[in-house]
Design a protein around this ligand. Structure first.
Ligand code: SAM
Length: 311
């Protein structure tokens, strides 16, 4: 309940004009915001739709749904749904499958989730080792930090955090167990890296644990594959990602329509893909936006369109 919350820290929507202008091509269309958050992008999408348009807003986080609901629930064109976008097809009513004009994914965590120490996402706030965006299932950060064996712990720090000192960090974490809070984990990591590298290392390790806890890359892969069935021909998908692991998955998928990034060809050697990337180069926020909202600094936007049937 929102009444039990301290504040819903306002999340400034990233690349608001760029994303929504690329997304909305039909004011009467059906749209999906797969990462509703505080509802910033959704509010803009609704402002671009006619009375006939519809917007389904998905989030796995109760607090996000509450906050966005306060802003948007009065609008009869808005349908909030709680769930993980990795199960998008089953969350949406079957009659809109194949009818969707646009899907927006603004990946990662919101400012609210980061700032609220209790959620355990931040190395700047002390809180329980949690990091779950939704409360449905899966491991908590506590389990990853305190129960994972050396190999999987080292691997996730290396792969999901892209942290070269993954071996040393995994050993140090295991030696320091039990680690109770985000503050304790931050202390362990700070004790082993020079102060000038501390923030970057902490950011990488916390990112790695968050990706593991929420199975973020797997869920992204799932939603991309499902988007092909949900979109109508000519429908668009716009993704804002915040680190290279996500961006790589999106780039490969938008190029080929499959997760391997393998471009199928017809008998004559012409490329066959159910989806077309509309921007070959990634689109990034303006300097002005980054100055006003540092959280936007690593954003990368990609847009693709489902190929029309007669192509
Ligand atoms: C960056 S925020 C989105 C902010 C939003 N665009 C706005 O303008 O307020 C990402 C949101 O997506 C949600 N989220 C992340 N991964 C998700 C997933 N797999 N399924 C459902 N929601 C997810 C998070 O809970 C968070 O609220």
């Amino acid at each position: 309940m929102i009444a039990e919350m301290t504040t819903y820290y306002e999340h400034i929507p990233v690349m608001l004009n760029e994303t929504t202008e690329a997304l909305v091509t039909d004011a009467d269309g059906i749209y999906i915001d797969g990462t509703l958050g505080g509802g910033g992008h959704s509010e803009r999408i609704l402002s671009l739709l006619s009375e006939k348009g519809q917007l389904y807003g998905i989030d796995q986080d109760d607090e996000a749904l509450e906050a966005a609901g306060e802003r948007l629930n009065h609008d009869p064109r808005f349908y909030p749904i709680k769930g993980n976008f990795g199960y998008l097809s089953t969350l949406l009513p079957p009659q809109i499958h194949g009818q969707v004009a646009g899907i927006l994914l603004d990946l990662g965590v919101s400012t609210h989730q980061i700032k609220e120490g209790e959620r355990g996402f931040s190395f700047q706030e002390d809180g329980p080792l949690d990091m779950r965006m939704g409360n449905l299932s899966g491991v908590t950060a506590y389990q990853v930090v305190n129960e994972y064996d050396y190999e999987p712990l080292k691997n996730l720090i290396f792969h999901y955090g892209e942290e070269r000192a993954s071996r040393e960090i995994a050993k140090e974490i295991i030696a320091a167990r039990p680690i109770e809070t985000t503050g304790d984990l931050a202390k362990v990591i700070r004790s082993m890296v020079p102060e000038r590298f501390a923030v970057k290392t902490l950011a990488r390790v916390f990112q790695a644990i968050r990706i593991e806890v929420n199975r973020e890359l797997k869920m992204l892969e799932e939603v991309l594959v499902q988007s092909l069935d949900l979109l109508k021909p000519g429908g668009r998908i716009v993704v804002l990602s915040y680190h290279s692991l996500e961006d790589r998955i999106v780039k490969h998928f938008f190029r080929s329509g499959n997760l391997e990034g393998k471009i199928e060809k017809d008998f004559y050697g012409n490329p066959l893909s159910p989806i077309n990337a509309l921007n070959k180069q990634v689109i990034t926020p303006s300097k002005e936006e980054v100055n006003n909202n540092p959280a936007a600094r690593s954003a990368k936007m990609r847009v693709a369109e489902k190929v029309a049937e007669d192509n």
